[in-house]
Design a protein around this ligand. Structure first.
Ligand code: NAD
Length: 286
């Protein structure tokens, strides 16, 4: 049978999650996704109304099918963690079972197992503030949504992942080089995500034969990136300075994810793979 992939962090057709879903679907995988609760209604209705049909087209001409869309909020592990104001918020009250533990229980009930886990989500409420102006709340919220969310997802999914499976997350070079504008503790969150990639590669590799890798992606005009506010500048900077002077397409990241999830990458784990037109290799702008 084909492989089954769960992709967390798909809410439109502009981001890396969507592109990864498409590349995995093109390679024959069954696609199930997790969508942030507040974005769920609009994503499902747009999909139903055919708004994404053009971007659903796969190389063979068929349309990508998403077998099931699960509501999720990756900052909550179980119902006991959800504060009253969120529980009663009308955007949350309409759906249920969206904490990480409940989500994985539902996937287990519906499908039994998965082969591929993709974490393509991040959030930092103070991302536009410099680190030295970031509050403790903002910093911890960035880490919770962007780093621990991955530890929690893999921790809960790993028992239902088939041996030989693969897990992938998306990171950004701001973890290791200074990128002014990527603030609010988001640079710290990406550093944690990359370190956790190595440690979880060891733990999940030894215990479950699961590979764990991260893709350090170049700039893409996604919804999340537009919210940060400097994405056009970063795209221009890359065009001017990277070894490959072309705009990065989400598909190039999707294809790398498909490679990393495939047996072609059977000896690659604990790695952070740059998919950025080579910008990371430059020492100065030119
Ligand atoms: P995106 O907006 O497509 O994806 C982010 C997703 O996270 C959204 O669907 C949002 O609904 C979801 N989300 C936010 N908080 C959540 C929560 N608590 N629970 C569940 N889902 C939640 O944007 P993107 O840029 O494609 O981001 C995907 C990943 O790629 C992120 O990890 C991001 O940091 C990384 N990345 C992006 C760029 C870029 O330039 N766009 C560069 C490098 C890395």
């Amino acid at each position: 049978r084909g492989k089954r992939a769960f992709i967390a962090g798909v809410a439109d057709d502009n981001g890396y999650g969507w592109a990864i879903a498409k590349s995995l679907a093109a390679a024959g995988a069954e696609i199930i996704v997790g969508t942030w609760v507040p974005a769920l209604n609009i994503f499902e209705s747009s999909l139903r109304r055919g708004k994404f049909d053009e971007s659903r087209v796969l190389p063979d001409g068929s349309l990508m099918e998403i077998t099931k869309i699960y509501p999720m909020d990756a900052v909550y592990d179980s119902p006991e963690d959800v504060p009253e104001d969120v529980k009663t918020n009308k955007r949350y009250a309409g759906t249920s079972k969206w904490t990480v533990q409940e989500l994985v229980e539902s996937v287990k009930q519906d499908f039994g197992s998965i082969d591929i886990l993709v974490h393509s989500l991040a959030n930092g409420p103070e991302v536009s503030k410099p680190l030295l102006e970031t509050s403790r709340y903002g910093y911890l919220a960035a880490i919770s949504a962007s780093s621990y969310s991955y530890v929690s997802l893999l921790k809960h999914f790993v028992p239902i992942m088939n041996p030989g499976g693969s897990s992938i997350s998306l990171t950004y070079i701001a973890s290791e080089r200074i990128i002014p504008g990527y603030g609010g503790g988001m640079s710290s969150a990406k550093a944690a995500l990359e370190s956790d990639t190595r440690v979880m590669a060891f733990e999940a590799g030894r215990k479950h034969k699961i590979r764990v890798n991260a893709i350090s992606a170049g700039p893409l005009r996604s919804r999340a990136a537009k919210a940060i506010g400097f994405i056009d500048m970063m795209i221009d900077y890359s065009l001017a300075n990277a070894p490959l002077q072309k705009e990065l397409s989400a598909e190039e990241v999707g294809n790398t994810a498909a490679f990393l999830a495939s047996p072609l990458a059977s000896a690659i784990t604990g790695a952070v793979v740059y998919v950025d037109n080579g910008l990371n290799a430059m020492g100065v702008g030119v």
